[in-house]
Design a protein around this ligand. Sequence first.
Ligand code: B1M
Length: 212
Amino acid sequence: MEILKAISENLQSGSAPKVRELTMEALNLGIDARDVLSALMEGMGVIGVKFKNNEVYVPEVLLVARAMHAGLDILKPVLSETGAKPIGKALIGTVAGDLHDIGKNMVKYMMVGTGIDVIDIGIDVPPEEFVNAVKEHKPDIVCMSALLTTTLPAVRKSIEALEKAGLRSEIIIMIGGAPVTAAFAKEVGADMYAPDSASAAEKAREAILNKK
Ligand code: B1M
């Protein structure tokens, strides 16, 4: 579809106003929000490859990220639509040293969409902040996102900090992000791993319902 192609292309060129406008237009045309999301993801995938190959650099990628957020902001209310009372609470953050937040935000919107109340503690979250936030918000599930191989150790440290604080038995821990695998999740003692935002929301919902 032309408009989805245009969304992907404008995302790749980092044009936030155009992505915002086209995303709204697509929804007004009755295009499914998930198809619009796929177009945004496809554009981000192209940029990811170019970034890896040094064909684009951090400043361009920051513009693309801003355009992605512009599109996601429009999709958010649609993806998060749920009339139901929350089934439980999740706490989500990107681990220490890691500034990537697009995937985390997508997981958040999808979780809200499946009826979970989500508290977002942001990016670059140190282990002690996960601990303090768990004490304060008493979530059913703690979700950690990591996008860099160099920040994988921060996932382990955050889980260890929750264990040390005596909070581990009270919570389910889910981890995810591009370098995270099911084997790594097992190794660091997480309860769950999800490869993408849709399965993260589904698994979280199931785990919360089983916990209650
Ligand atoms: Co970064 N970066 N980046 N970057 N960046 C990657 C991740 C990289 C793969 C690019 C590459 O080389 N191909 C590479 C990491 C390599 C590695 O470690 N293996 C990389 C690098 C190296 C870096 C810097 C070190 C670059 C530099 O400065 N030299 C630097 C580090 C900064 C830091 O964090 N300390 C850096 C910086 C940045 C920007 C700031 C410019 C920007 C982030 C802006 C922002 O997030 N606000 C950025 C971006 C945009 C990317 C790419 C291009 C796109 C990431 C993204 O948003 N993807 C990325 C390349 C790529 O992914 N192809 C790249 C879209 C998003 C929807 O996918 O986040 O994977 P993703 O989330 C998915 C799943 O992973 C999953 O669900 C989501 C949706 O399905 N998921 C979870 C995520 N969290 C989950 C949690 C769960 C479950 C599932 O449960 C709790």
